[in-house]
Design a protein around this ligand. Structure first.
Ligand SMILES: Nc1nc2c(ncn2[C@@H]2O[C@H](COP(=O)(O)OP(=O)(O)OP(=O)(O)O)[C@@H](O)[C@H]2O)c(=O)[nH]1
Ligand SMILES: [Mg+2]
Length: 202
């Protein structure tokens, strides 16, 4: 739920005067990993959602293993905003299924970083998203959304399983604001480091 004050009649809260930098951040991950949940948890404005009921057409396409209670899916994007000190993060939740890949082309433009949510019970589902993200060369961190019954693996084992030996890996609970904000702070800090090293290159 938004927790800022001063909404205008359209329900939009102005960014604080302290904000001097906008940053476009992508929240990506396979089907049902908690992208919509995370953006809703942290957003200081009423998040934009494009949820539609799942129908029998999705049976055998979008696996509900581990998220049996899920009845809707994002069909375009999620959008939210959170101000962190002087930076306003504009959060774009990307659709996780391959049939929506064509939407990514426009949505990826100008992004400074991506939070890649993964579910360790279904880690293989993350490969297609990571491949898709790789094409845009956007700095990212891997955020393990710990669902109940998630097996415990060392971060290095996760890096190995994803074939990403250098990746920044963290744990988060998409339903918890502190945890989700911490994940975004880690991402921004990583993206800034990547930017610094790119600028330092001759
Ligand atoms: N236990 C637990 N459940 C979660 C967590 N994050 C999300 N969920 C639940 O998992 C389900 C899927 O969450 P969504 O936020 O819709 O996932 P999504 O990635 O946006 O899904 P799609 O847009 O359909 O790909 C929902 O029922 C959430 O309530 C979490 O950290 N822990
Ligand atoms: Mg969603």
């Amino acid at each position: 739920m938004p927790d800022s004050v001063g909404y205008d009649s359209a329900g939009v809260s102005p960014v604080s005067d302290a904000v001097t930098e906008p940053a476009k951040i992508l929240v990506v991950g396979p089907f049902g990993v908690g992208k919509t949940t995370l953006i809703g948890t942290v957003s200081e404005i009423e998040p934009l959602r494009t949820e539609e009921p799942m129908t029998v057409a999705s049976v055998g396409v979008d696996s509900l293993d581990g998220v049996e209670g899920k009845t809707t899916t994002t069909v375009a994007l999620d959008f939210g905003r959170i101000s962190l000190d002087t930076i306003a993060l504009y959060l774009f939740g990307m659709p996780g299924q391959q049939r929506f890949w064509s939407l990514w082309e426009g949505l990826e433009k100008g992004a400074v970083g991506a939070l890649v949510l993964v579910d360790l019970r279904r880690l293989d589902a993350a490969f297609a998203v990571l491949d898709q993200l790789g094409t845009g060369r956007i700095p990212f961190v891997v955020a393990i959304n710990d669902f109940p019954g998630t097996p415990r693996y060392a971060d290095d084992e996760v890096r190995q399983a994803l074939a990403l030996p250098e990746a920044v890996v963290l744990h988060c609970d998409a339903r918890d604001k502190r945890s989700s904000v911490d994940a975004l702070i880690t991402l921004v800090s990583h993206a800034l480091t990547c930017l610094d090293s790119a600028e330092a290159r001759p």
